[in-house]
Ligand binder design. Sequence first.
Ligand SMILES: Nc1nc2c(ncn2[C@@H]2O[C@H](COP(=O)(O)OP(=O)(O)OP(=O)(O)O)[C@@H](O)[C@H]2O)c(=O)[nH]1
Ligand SMILES: [Zn+2]
Length: 302
Amino acid sequence: MVVAGFGRHVLVETESGQRLICHPRGKKSQVVVGDRIRWLPSQDEGTIEKIEERSNLFYRQDEMRTKSFAANLDQILILIAAEPEFSESQLTRALIAAEAERIKPIIALNKSDLAEPFGRAWTKLAPYRAMGYQVLPLAIKPKTAAAPANDGQTAELMALLHGKKTLVLGPSGAGKSSLTNLLVPQAKVLTAEISQALNSGKHTTTSTTLYWVDEARTTALIDSPGFQEFGLHHIDPMQLANYMPDFKAHAQDCKFYNCTHLHEPGCGVISEVKSTVSASSISANRYRLYSELFAELSQTRY
Ligand SMILES: Nc1nc2c(ncn2[C@@H]2O[C@H](COP(=O)(O)OP(=O)(O)OP(=O)(O)O)[C@@H](O)[C@H]2O)c(=O)[nH]1
Ligand SMILES: [Zn+2]
């Protein structure tokens, strides 16, 4: 299994836990962290012969190009915090990217010790809870002495991570490094070793890395620097509503099977957004984000 990627070189871990550097045979490297590969030894390193079929593949945007960066994930943990204020656009994009690959997303809201901003952020997440997403409060590294409740929160997170491979995503400052250091105390040392091995220590820029949380190597965190923009360009705009649970629930009521939910008469989504009978289950913000994404994904693709 590929446990770290660094351009064309990857670090591979064997079944018995040994690690070695492998290189792709061809010119183009398409191997990503989480991939299972077959390899052949070449001196003390290895040559990648074959990538095993993936159960899913996660993308990130790199300038105008969409690039894959992690595969075979069990779930995605979207780590946001009371502070800095999270972007609903980034959150929605991450959720759509997960849904499109049928990967379960979990949202964790960190810094519950900051009562006032936490309350605000928690309210902002109400529509996401209502549409069925699990939202977990956390205090990974509270400013005040840890309250007993925080242990409960961490335990709940641990239970969710147990036995799974989880990609952790989050904007800068949300507490991603704090979480990695909490669950994988030796992470910093490992990262240094990996960048040394893969890049002769020349660059310290971290790449996507898989860390085992337990000795038995069943629970893993995949850490990837930066939230950045998600690669959604592979997604068909006509499928967008399917990847948004609040939309999906009402898209079934649309008169036209190929409804874009932007202007059509008899659209179940639009009528829900405009509903005055009860509070709409599709927030104005989500509808705006949908329209923006629809336009963005409808542009000519390269
Ligand atoms: N109040 C509070 N602060 C926290 C908590 N968890 C982390 N922090 C602080 O938030 C800041 C950012 O945490 P990091 O773990 O460095 O965040 P990051 O997401 O890795 O950010 P980058 O390194 O920029 O990617 C640090 O000053 C932490 O001490 C928490 O539960 N409560
Ligand atoms: Zn519609």
